[in-house]
Ligand binder design. Structure first.
Ligand SMILES: [Zn+2]
Length: 118
């Protein structure tokens, strides 16, 4: 069985068998938020100079390689569920529950990419 990783919003329950890892604790973002990356966590991962943030990413890569199930939670979106995103785009929510510029998906893709390298 392969590991899995997906991005969830703060208002979404985590998958029962998954570990929830919160982006706000990753050391990648400014303030107590997930809207703005720190300057030393931008561009290609190889060029990041923030050691704690790199360690956090590498720890998730290791977990994924160990075939664990991981949920990556952001603080800027209520939900990242596909149906919720679709309803949001169609204006069916009275409150905005999605940050269009959320970094969650990008960070999940980065972890997947690194885990796939030999
Ligand atoms: Zn978000």
């Amino acid at each position: 069985m392969a590991g899995s990783i997906r991005h969830i919003g703060k208002g979404e329950p985590k998958d029962t068998s998954a570990r929830l890892k919160r982006l706000v604790q990753s050391g990648i973002f400014r303030d107590k938020d997930t809207h703005h990356k720190l300057i030393d966590c931008q561009g290609d991962f190889e060029t990041w100079t923030n050691a704690p943030a790199k360690d956090w990413i590498n720890a998730r890569v290791k977990e994924l390689r160990e075939e664990r199930e991981i949920n990556i939670g952001c603080e800027c979106c209520h939900s990242r569920d596909p149906q919720f995103l679709k309803d949001e785009q169609e204006g069916k929510h009275s409150l905005s529950g999605v940050n269009e510029d959320c970094y969650g998906d990008e960070i999940v893709e980065l972890i997947k990419l690194l885990a796939a390298e030999e």
